[in-house]
Design a protein around this ligand. Structure first.
Ligand SMILES: [Cu+2]
Length: 150
């Protein structure tokens, strides 16, 4: 009986090791490999202009040159979708971008949005990322602009 349990335990440990071993190798690596951006491509805020005084709600228009837009989940070379960083620094660019009030995804392929912003200074920055929300390599990141909301 004791020997049977010990054998079972060993088998379970072995099975676990094999499972985690497989999960940690090829699939995980390819799932997080960054996709190439197109040389010369760039992302930029069309409006508002850097330093502009604006009234809330603020319409922000996203510019992209040299690559195309595809919705999140659509794996097509040379494309991505916009992410707007609001009042925050750049996050890690080699993993999926966070999704919260400061990191807004436009997975539908939108190229503009309207923001309700409190009066005062705010920063805006765009990052293009692929179908899995992972920035390209090299990443397409806009200048960070600052606006003054009245
Ligand atoms: Cu995204």
């Amino acid at each position: 009986m004791i020997r049977t349990l010990a054998t079972l335990g060993l088998a379970l440990t072995l099975a676990l090791a094999l499972t985690t071993g497989f999960a940690g190798r090829a699939p995980a690596q390819s799932a997080t490999a960054r996709k190439p951006s197109t040389p010369g491509a760039r992302v930029y805020v069309i409006s508002p202009a850097d330093g502009a005084p604006v009234a809330s709600p603020v319409t922000v228009r996203f510019g992209l040159a040299g690559m195309g837009i595809a919705p999140a989940g659509v794996d097509r070379a040379g494309t991505g979708h916009h992410h707007l960083l609001i009042d925050t620094d750049l996050p890690s660019l080699d993993v999926p971008l966070p999704a919260d009030a400061h990191h807004v995804h436009f997975g539908g392929g939108q190229t503009e949005t309207v923001l309700d912003l409190a009066p005062g200074k705010h920063t805006l920055q765009l990052v293009l990322a692929d179908d899995r929300h992972i920035p390209h390599d090299p990443p397409l990141v806009s200048e960070r602009i600052e606006i003054q909301v009245r």
